[in-house]
Design a binder for this molecule. Structure first.
Ligand code: GLN
Length: 199
């Protein structure tokens, strides 16, 4: 049984632990560098990426996170967690650092003020059972992807189709939205399968 960690610095850690707990894996909060040695995969939750980043530095987790993810530990970032996994950010705070690993450029708070949060169906490539009911909360989108990144989901916004909201690159998965809030475990199950080497 794999153990899947959820970064517990800030954000909606508890919701991810709860969903993972229903999927037959051991789920554990990660707050110290040594916690990372005990997990086979890591979820980086939604929350506030500048705060999460500052806390990661303060708790001496930033370098261990970079090391583990750089060495191939599977990771899944939702919303602020997607920002944390991105190699490049637009509209970041002054000096905002990321863990990186995912060859994408994300734009923070990309869905403007009028639509700080919204919900809607998104087709996710490879996910059976129909569109995913996605909740976006001050969400980023992916503005550019590297050659090894597969786009899994897009939404239309502001009269333009094709805003990228779900991506995968090898063992790294990221969504702009929050599947831990809607009771549909399919994306967490995909990540569990990735950690098991079955997806
Ligand atoms: N807007 C937040 C950020 O920039 C992300 C919001 C979220 O995780 N729901 O970090």
């Amino acid at each position: 049984t794999p153990t899947i960690g959820v970064l517990a610095l800030q954000g909606d850690t508890a919701e991810h632990l709860r969903v993972l707990g229903t999927l037959g894996v051991d789920a554990a909060p990660v707050l110290r560098p040594e916690d990372l040695d005990r997990v086979h995969g890591l979820v980086l939750p939604g929350g506030e990426s500048t705060t999460m980043s500052k806390l990661a530095v303060r708790y001496e987790l930033m370098e261990p996170l970079r090391k583990h993810i750089g060495e191939g530990m599977p990771a899944y970032g939702t919303c602020a967690g997607m920002i944390m996994l991105a190699d490049r950010i637009l509209d970041g705070a002054e000096g905002q650092q990321t863990v990186g690993g995912l060859d994408i450029t994300v734009r923070r708070n990309a869905f403007g003020r009028q639509t700080e949060s919204f919900e809607g169906p998104v087709d996710i490539d490879g996910l059976e059972g129909g569109p995913f009911d996605a909740v976006f909360i001050r969400a980023p989108w992916v503005e550019a992807v590297g050659a090894d990144v597969r786009v899994l989901g897009q939404v239309a916004y502001g009269g333009r189709a094709g805003r990228i909201v779900a991506v995968r690159q090898g063992g790294l998965l990221a969504t702009s939205f929050h599947p831990e809030l809607t009771g549909d475990p399919r994306i967490h199950r995909l990540f569990v399968d990735m950690v098991k080497g079955q997806a």
